[in-house]
Design a protein around this ligand. Structure first.
Ligand code: T4K
Length: 370
C-alpha cells in the first residue's frame, strides 16, 4: 500500500519534553480553570505575538463566538464567504446577520473596494479573514471602520506569528482571534485565543468563557465553558519553544512547491505578500480548467487514488452549505465563487519530505492536458 500523505500533520514536541511539562500537574491536581500553566502560556504568547493582551480559549471557534458577544454587536457584520464555516457560524450564532463581501483574486482576502457599498444603518462591524495567513489590507479597513464607526474583528485563525512591515497581525483592529487546532502551524491540541487592546474586552471574555461568573454569588453574563485546560497550555508552552524551527521547515516545503509549480499555464499559485513574514500555513493552488485541461475536482480525485489527500479549503463558500442554503446568493461574490470552485490546498507540514513534494507536483503536472 502506498503511504498516505495528508493535507496537514500536527507538530508535536518531543514526548519527554511534554511529560516534563505536565509532571507538576500530578502534584497540584489543578487541571483547568486558569491554572499556573495557563497563566505562564498567556505571558509567553503576549511576548511572542507582540500583542498588548491575550485571552486563551479551548478552541478558536469559541474565541470568535465569545468575542462577538463581548463586543455586544448588533445588526449586520460584513465578512467573506471564502473561509472555514466557523467564521460564518460565529456571526449567525450571535444573532447577527452576515453580509458577504467579495475577495481579491490574488490573495483571497476581503476586497476593500467593495466594503463601503455594503454598509447600512444596521452595520456594526467588519470581520475580515487573514485566509491562509495572507494579511488583509488592514490600513484601508481601518479607514473605513473609522469613517463609519464600526468595530473590526480579524479572523486570524491561520495567521499565527505573521507580521507585516514588522507589525504583528494580532494588533490590527479591535481584536483578532487565533486557532491553535491540531492542524494549524502552532497547536495546543485544540485551542484558540483572542488578542486585543482594551482591557475591558479581556474582563468580559474572562467572564464569558467561564459561564458569565463574576464571583461565587454573581453571574452577570450568559456565558459558556470555553476555558483552555492545563494540558493544552502545556502543549502550547512546549510547541512555542519549537515554532521558529517548524516555520523554517514549512518554508522549505513551500519553496519546493514554488520551484515545481511556478509558471505553469492554468495553475495559479499565490506570490508571497510584500513585507509579510509568513508562517507558511497553507499552500493553495487554483486550477483554471480551460488552460490546464482538467478540473480541480478531477485532480483532487486522481490524487486520492495515489493516497495524496489534498483538500478543497474552502469549498463550498460558507453561505452555500445546507444550513444556509437559499439565504445567500453566491453570484454576489463572483471572485469568491470562482476561487472556491477551483482551489486545492496541497499537503503542507513541517516534516513533509521534499521528495514527496516533488512526487505530488509531478502527479499534478502529469494531469495537464491542455
Ligand atoms: N476560522 C478559520 C478561518 C478556520 O480555518 C478555523 C479552523 C476556525 C476559525 C476555527 O478554529 P478551531 O475552532 O478549529 O480552533 C480543520 C480544522 O479542524 C479546523 O481547525 C480548521 N480551521 C479547518 C480549516 O481545518 P477539518 O475537518 O478539515 O480537519 P481534518 O480532521 O480533516 O484534518 C485534516 C488533516 O490534518 C488530517 O487529514 C490529518 C491532519 N490531522 C488532523 C487531526 C485532527 C493531524 O495531523 N492531527 C489531528 O489531530 O478541519
Amino acid at each position: 500500500m502506498k503511504k498516505q500523505i495528508m493535507v496537514a500533520r500536527s507538530s508535536m514536541p518531543p514526548f519527554e519534553e511534554y511529560v516534563k511539562e505536565i509532571q507538576s500537574l500530578w502534584d497540584t491536581a489543578w487541571l483547568t480553570n486558569m491554572g499556573r500553566l495557563h497563566k505562564e502560556f498567556e505571558e509567553k504568547l503576549v511576548s511572542f505575538l507582540k500583542v498588548p493582551y491575550i485571552s486563551l480559549f479551548c478552541n478558536g471557534h469559541l474565541s470568535l463566538e465569545l468575542l462577538l458577544q463581548a463586543l455586544k454587536l448588533e445588526g449586520e457584520v460584513i465578512t467573506t464567504p471564502f473561509t472555514f464555516i466557523s467564521t460564518t457560524h460565529a456571526i449567525v450564532r450571535n444573532g447577527l446577520t452576515p453580509i458577504f463581501c467579495d475577495i481579491n483574486k490574488d490573495n483571497y482576502t476581503i476586497n476593500v473596494d467593495q466594503i463601503e457599498k455594503l454598509i447600512t444603518k444596521k452595520t456594526s462591524a467588519i470581520l475580515p479573514v487573514h485566509v491562509y495567513g495572507h494579511v488583509c489590507d488592514t490600513k484601508a479597513i481601518e479607514e473605513i471602520a473609522n469613517k463609519y464607526n464600526l468595530k473590526v474583528i480579524y479572523d486570524a485563525a491561520h495567521a499565527f506569528g505573521v507580521t507585516i512591515d514588522g507589525e504583528a497581525v494580532g494588533t490590527f483592529g479591535d481584536a483578532s482571534i487565533f486557532s491553535f487546532h491540531a492542524t494549524k502551524v502552532f497547536n495546543t491540541i485544540e485551542g484558540g485565543a483572542v488578542t486585543f487592546h482594551d482591557e475591558n474586552i479581556g474582563k468580559e471574555l474572562y467572564k464569558l468563557k467561564n459561564f458569565g461568573i463574576q464571583s461565587e454569588t454573581v453571574v452577570d453574563g450568559v456565558g459558556v465553558n470555553a476555558k483552555m485546560n492545563e494540558f493544552q497550555a502545556a502543549m502550547g508552552i512546549c510547541n512555542l519553544r519549537h515554532i521558529d524551527g517548524e516555520v523554517e521547515k514549512r518554508k522549505k516545503v513551500v519553496d519546493r512547491y514554488f520551484e515545481n509549480l511556478e509558471n505553469i499555464d492554468g495553475l495559479c499559485i499565490t506570490k508571497e505578500q510584500k513585507n509579510v513574514k509568513s508562517n507558511y500555513s497553507y499552500f493553495p493552488i487554483v486550477i483554471d480548467e480551460t488552460k490546464f485541461g482538467i478540473t480541480r475536482d478531477e485532480i483532487y480525485d486522481e490524487l486520492r487514488k495515489e493516497n495524496i489527500y489534498a483538500r478543497k479549503y474552502f469549498y463550498p463558500l460558507t453561505n452555500q452549505f445546507q444550513c444556509y442554503k437559499g439565504k445567500f446568493d453566491k453570484e454576489q461574490t463572483p471572485i469568491a465563487k470562482y476561487i472556491s470552485e477551483r482551489v486545492l490546498t496541497l499537503p503542507l507540514y513541517a516534516n513533509l519530505e521534499l521528495d514527496d513534494v516533488d512526487l505530488i507536483c509531478n502527479f499534478i503536472k502529469s494531469y495537464k492536458t491542455a
